[in-house]
Design a protein around this ligand. Sequence first.
Ligand code: DOR
Ligand code: ZN
Length: 346
Amino acid sequence: MTDTLTIRRPDDWHVHFRDGAMMAAVVPHTARQMARAIVMPNLVPPVTTAAMAAAYRDRIMAAVPDGVDFTPLMTAYLTDNTDPADLAAGHADGVLTAVKYYPAGATTNSDSGVTDIAKVQGVLEKMAEIGMPLLLHGEVTDAEIDIFDREAVFIERILGPLVTRIPDLKIVLEHITTANAAEFVSAAGPNIAATVTAHHLVINRTDIFKGGIRPHLYCLPIAKREVHRQALRRAVASGDPKFFLGTDTAPHARHTKEAACGCAGIFTAATAIELYAEVFDELDALDKLEAFASLNGPAFYDLPVNEATVTLERADWTAPEAVEAAAGEKVVAFKGGETLSWRLAG
Ligand code: DOR
Ligand code: ZN
């Protein structure tokens, strides 16, 4: 039985850092584990230009603890009016790594998102030409589509036709939650990949209602049936390089989740790599963890792998229940207060 595992330092290909005091509180949790992270642009107002992304990157860097090696990789928020020349210039300058597509109204702070994919055809063609990845929040927003079907319908109606229309575009289908997504991505060409969160590998939709409604397990895309969780677990354990680590860690102050209309998002940064290790261990696939966490993402993004390593050890520990975001403001940590079986050494 493997009791310690040394892997190249992982990267997180999908995080929400927010801004201000919340950002200052959560950045150290990601930087503790991850060498780099793709930072989501859904601030208020959203990060829509290269200049805004550069300024946001500076604010994030100021929140990284001294002596910690961490690089934020920035994204721009796609709108109906995005200027392709600004994206291309930001990409050439190294300020922008990728572009985030939120269907308007799909999730937290997505009101300025794309109202119709036809409106951004020119921008997407430019991105394909320069090799800039498109990161998809893959859910349709139509009120008549059941919330549990929104990812599968997005694949049918939006993603499939997009891949046919612009076959060279690099696409990451983010935080996949369904067997449909896992199958689509593994069957697609090498320019189509997916991130998988720790929480979607751990919970199914029944967990959200276990003994009562559990707002801290509510996120978008919402967790699906157990068969889908099993499909995601098979996908990550398969060693297929199209799947890589993206936590979608999404902090919200406790009172905004424990509310009559609670926010979507699960804060996983405090326990992420440990939970992935636990899942891979359960799947008898610890030998696949390094590729998922540290190799497949850089390969997709054409970035070097990290030279530093981290060591995980099999040891029980209890993560803090919550982290302090500002005076009196707490963010509840996923699996905080529970016993975890893998720990980051050092
Ligand atoms: O659950 C989610 N929370 N899903 C998203 O897509 C956005 C995120 C957030 O920003 O809180
Ligand atoms: Zn997200």
